[in-house]
Design a protein around this ligand. Structure first.
Ligand SMILES: Nc1ncnc2c1ncn2[C@@H]1O[C@H](COP(=O)(O)OP(=O)(O)OP(=O)(O)O)[C@@H](O)[C@H]1O
Ligand SMILES: [Mg+2]
Length: 254
C-alpha cells in the first residue's frame, strides 16, 4: 500500500549567518516523508539534523537563516502558509525542554489560553488531563498539578513537554533527541510513549542512537555533513545500507 506524503522536500538548502560568513548547513536535500509513520533522523553531531527539524515548521527563521528550495506539508508550500498556522500543526519539542517557572498545570494551560484561545477553566482542566494522559505522565502528577513543574525529574519534564505539544493537537510532532539526557529507564518510558502516540500523530524524531532508530524508526533519513546520504524505509536503510558512510555509522564493518 502506498502511503500519502506528509512532507515533500525539494532541493532544500539552508545557510546560517556567522558574522560575515555564511555556513551552508543543509545541502540540496530532496526527500518525501510518508504520512502515518515514525520517521527517524540519524547522523553525527553537526550534520544538520536539528536544522532540518527547525526547517519543517520554519523555526529556522528565528535564527535568521537563509533558506532556498521547497517544502510541502500535505501539498501546501510551507513558505506560503501562515507561520502560526504551520507551527500549530507542526510542533517541535526542543532538545532540552524547559519546565516554565509555573505549576505543572499552568505549563500546559498557558499554551491552551495563548495559542488555542481557550478561556473556559473546565475545558482547560480537561485538556490538561487528556494531554498528560497521552504523554503517560498523568498518574505521576495527578495529585500535584499545582506544584511547581521545576520539581519534576528530567524524564518527567520531557514527557511534560510532549504533553504540552500534544495539547495543541498537532498533526506532526518534531522531537529533537527526546531521550538524550535521560537514564535508561526514563528513556524506555519516553520510547513507550512515542510508540503509543504513533496512532494519533505523525512523529519525526532525531536520535544519535542506532538502537533507538531500530526500535522506533519506520522511515529513516541519514544525514552527513549537511547532505542527505540515504533515506527510505527502515528495513532497507538500516538493514541494507548502500553507502560506506552509513555502514560505518551503523557500526557495520566489512
Ligand atoms: N543558530 C545557529 N547559528 C549559526 N550556526 C548554527 C546555528 N545552529 C546550528 N548551527 C551550526 O549548524 C551546523 C548544524 O547544526 P545542527 O544543530 O543542525 O546539527 P545537529 O546534527 O543537530 O547536531 P547535534 O547532533 O550536535 O545536535 C553546526 O555546525 C552548528 O554549529
Ligand atoms: Mg541537534
Amino acid at each position: 500500500m502506498s502511503r500519502d506524503t506528509l512532507f515533500a522536500i525539494r532541493e532544500l538548502n539552508v545557510w546560517y549567518r556567522q558574522g560575515k560568513r555564511k555556513l551552508h548547513v543543509l545541502k540540496n536535500i530532496s526527500a518525501d516523508i510518508p504520512e502515518g509513520t515514525i520517521t527517524v533522523i540519524l547522523g553525527r553531531s553537526g550534520s544538520g539534523k536539528t536544522t532540518f527539524l527547525r526547517t519543517l515548521n520554519r523555526l529556522v527563521e528565528i535564527y535568521s537563516a537563509e533558506v532556498k528550495g521547497e517544502v510541502y506539508f500535505k501539498d501546501r508550500n510551507i513558505f506560503e502558509m501562515n507561520v502560526y498556522e504551520l507551527r500549530s500543526k507542526v510542533v517541535m519539542v526542543l532538545q532540552r525542554p524547559v519546565a516554565l517557572p509555573l505549576s505543572i498545570r499552568e505549563n500546559i494551560a498557558c499554551f491552551l489560553r495563548s495559542v488555542k484561545k481557550i478561556r473556559d477553566k473546565k475545558v482547560i482542566d480537561r485538556k490538561v488531563e487528556e494531554s498528560l494522559k497521552l504523554a503517560d505522565l498523568w498518574d505521576e502528577v495527578r495529585d500535584r498539578l499545582d506544584q511547581p513543574a521545576s520539581s519534576l525529574s528530567g524524564g518527567q519534564i520531557q514527557r511534560l513537554a510532549i504533553a504540552r505539544a500534544l495539547a495543541l493537537e498537532p498533526e506532526v510532532l518534531l522531537l529533537d533527541e527526546p531521550t538524550a539526557h535521560l537514564d535508561p529507564e526514563s528513556s524506555a518510558k519516553v520510547e513507550e510513549t512515542i510508540l503509543k502516540l504513533r496512532e494519533r500523530v505523525n512523529i519525526i524524531l532525531v536520535t544519535h542512537s542506532v538502537e533507538q532508530a531500530r526500535r522506533l524508526g519506520e522511515y529513516v533519513l541519514f544525514f552527513d555533513e549537511g547532505k542527505l546520504i540515504e533515506h527510505g524505509y527502515a528495513e532497507e536503510v538500516l538493514e541494507k545500507p548502500r553507502t560506506e558512510r552509513l555502514r560505518k555509522f551503523l557500526g557495520i564493518y566489512k
